[in-house]
Design a protein around this ligand. Structure first.
Ligand SMILES: [Zn+2]
Length: 188
């Protein structure tokens, strides 16, 4: 099950200098592309950090503040499993050491993540896409949204592996000044 952290909780915090706004790291950026007028485009980008260090003091000692008086120190970033804070302050519970392995794709956490992404775009067909993902997995994507219209998809879920600045504000996580690594998609 996914939950949210409490509204006035800060989310990721540096346990050495108390910074909770700027981090460095690698993230999976999820987007749900759909036809918007002539072209395929997306509204939200869901930042799912894989590694995080403090931008202010470079510490890798990072916690997750889930309520104003509770900080979790064992989580996905520190232990490769457990609580995973993503996007707009959503909290998933993952038990796989590597996200996007076949086992992860089959898991309830992956289904919850896809549900979150679909709901944030006002779409509801996430179960169909999750089933298709279990069967076929992700494909390489050249980051050209025109590919989706040429392929006559109605929706395409993508993730981009991205390294750079991760900014956190009261609404959640944003990716800034990043350089993109590989990208993958599944369309239907
Ligand atoms: Zn710090």
């Amino acid at each position: 099950m996914s939950t949210s952290i409490e509204e006035n909780a800060r989310g990721y915090v540096c346990l050495d200098c108390d910074n909770s706004e700027l981090f460095k790291g690698w993230s999976y950026l999820f987007r749900l592309y759909k036809p918007i007028s002539e072209n395929f485009d997306f509204n939200n980008e869901i930042v799912c950090p894989e590694t995080i260090s403090c931008h202010e003091c470079s510490s890798k000692n990072i916690g997750i503040e889930i309520s104003p008086n509770k900080i979790i120190t064992k989580h996905m970033i520190s232990e490769r499993s457990g609580a995973w804070l993503v996007g707009e302050k959503w909290l998933l519970d993952v038990d796989e050491t590597t996200v996007f392995t076949t086992d992860f794709i089959k898991s309830l956490s992956c289904k919850e993540l896809i549900k979150i992404i679909f709901e944030s775009e006002g779409e509801n067909n996430y179960e169909k896409l999750h089933n298709q993902l279990i069967e076929h997995g992700f494909n390489e994507w050249n980051m050209d949204p025109e590919f989706f219209s040429k392929s006559r998809f109605s929706l395409a879920l993508v993730y981009i592996y991205s390294g750079g600045i991760i900014r956190q504000d009261e609404y959640g996580l944003l990716d800034e000044d990043s350089s993109y690594g590989f990208a993958k998609y599944i369309g239907f």
